[in-house]
Write a protein that binds this ligand. Sequence first.
Ligand SMILES: Cc1cc2nc3c(=O)[nH]c(=O)nc-3n(C[C@H](O)[C@H](O)[C@H](O)COP(=O)(O)O)c2cc1C
Length: 188
Amino acid sequence: MKAIAIIGSPRKGGNTEVFAGHALKAIAEQGIDTELVRLAGLDIRPCNACMACDKEETCPIKDDLLPVYHKMKAADAIILASPVYWGSATALIMALMERTGYIALHNGRAFTGKVGGAMVVARRAGKSFTFAQMNLWFQPLGFFSPGSTYWNVAIARNKGEVEKDEEGMRTAWNFGKNVAFLLDKLKV
Ligand SMILES: Cc1cc2nc3c(=O)[nH]c(=O)nc-3n(C[C@H](O)[C@H](O)[C@H](O)COP(=O)(O)O)c2cc1C
């Protein structure tokens, strides 16, 4: 079994990566393979509504999306993590969600039955909105989403500050444990 966390920050080594990486460590502790997938540096453009994915499991936009889509398809659990930018998830992760969600939906509902959920970091405001915004993606795609001991949100501004948010880090850890628990319950 494999769990991946997709990091929607354009900043490598930032708080979102540390926060979601902590959940991955909790998952790995249960003997499940994990991978952190950074979108930073990748060219991922928004959906242009060409509807090509209605007919074929692909996207004609020539950028870096498809390898990430195939990693998502192969994973048993998908965590999507984003910093808050202007009260919202980043454009980078929203572009990924638009396109991978549509490709999966129109090609045998490819994400159905996977485990997943959102994780969000902000300096101050927009955490709950962004968490809700990102979780809207999981439900119609047929994911099973476990809870934690709080919403999966953390407070941090400069790189590394998230480690000081003790409750946030504990929430990430407990979320990871619940992802692993659910994966174990769902395995056939
Ligand atoms: C363009 C931009 C917009 C931001 N907007 C918000 C915001 O609306 N609310 C907030 O609390 N923090 C905001 N921040 C701060 C980031 O959410 C915060 O620094 C976060 O820790 C960055 O995560 P990262 O280190 O993974 O990149 C913004 C940062 C940038 C660069």
